[in-house]
Design a protein around this ligand. Sequence first.
Ligand code: APR
Ligand code: PHB
Length: 390
Amino acid sequence: MRTQVAIIGSGPSGLMLGQLLTNAGIDNIILDRVDRDYILGRIRAGVLEQGMVDLMDRTGAGARMHKEGLPHDGFSLSFSGRMTRIDMNKLTGGKRVMVYGQTELTADLMDHRAATGGVTIYNASGVTPHDFDGDSPYVTYEKDGVTHRIDCDLIAGCDGFHGVCRASVQDKGVQNFEKVYPFGWLGLLADVPPVHHELIYANHERGFALCSQRSKERSRYYVQVPLSDEVEGWSDDAFWDELRARLPADVAEKVVTGPSIEKSIAPLRSFVAEPLRFGRLFLVGDAAHIVPPTGAKGLNLAASDVHYLFEGLQEFYSDKKWSGLDVYSERALRRIWKAERFSWSMTMLMHRFPDEGAFGQKVQESELDYLSSSTAAQTAMAENYVGLPY
Ligand code: APR
Ligand code: PHB
């Protein structure tokens, strides 16, 4: 089998890249080690920057996003019993974000790929990139007891944090930058109306909480928990009680509770691999970087990576030039590190760090107090949250 671009990973990165390539007439095959249902079973964040919305439009898979997505002009920070609204739309000259679940976005991309004849090989085991240092890379995988080989021009490693592509370059000079946070997020999804029309990020002495949403009928909530906690130890009632304990009283009393349809604990880390290119292999999205979800940047960084890589691939195939691919890593990393910084700063600002002691708590409270009264500080937060330019 032969293709022009072999894409490893059928998450948002691989699907967005694959669709842009298909639309441009560039042949590509996506391989994933699991199947569509498994991928769609993963609950992920759902705050889209304008750049992500624009990219979905460019793929041609954005119709349902516009129909069902919720435009948001602001979000609120809750601390010391009060709320401060960050008016993103006003502070950024009209920019906003779109609230639309990653699960829905991934399904839209999968459906559009199938409708436009894109080839995706699911349940491909032992996927391995080969000879990407040379001129004739290829990918092998096993399926139904048979080993297959796909010859290609280039390989896109869209296989996430635990994938094979970054693992394949550990002895090729990759540099890993990492920070692991001393807590996790316990998330709960329920078919109950959101407590507020916008998101609420809460800094409370009991710990961080987040009130998010998927639609006007479906809510997504999180509370910070110790890394030692296990989801089995958290009943729905215990979750609802803890969430309400971390919100201002007038908000807590409006929380509509209900049975969880999904409940899980996720660890938080900041991670970047440098560089993102190894010969004819390119790392994209979570394969290259991870952000703590506090700034809702994970999916949005995948979009800017795809944007930069696709520009290079278009030039490679239309003008037979490498210049766009040669600058992919540098271009992507500049935006990646800005989003890493923002996600780290929001995480440090909003979570309880026991080791930081009373002094650290007072510093957080003073920064939040400053944010509540400074247009300059709010503007800086707003322009990072809506997404810095590509
Ligand atoms: N072989 C084949 N496929 C693999 C392998 C492998 N060895 N390892 C991982 N994969 C697949 C996974 O099954 C998954 O479907 O790669 C895909 C990676 O998808 P994501 O982890 O979603 O990463 P990405 O597409 O970059 O999307 C980033 O998704 O994880 C969230 O928070 C993250 O919002 C961000 C976005
Ligand atoms: C979510 O809706 O899952 C979500 C929203 C905003 C975040 C993190 C997660 O910062």
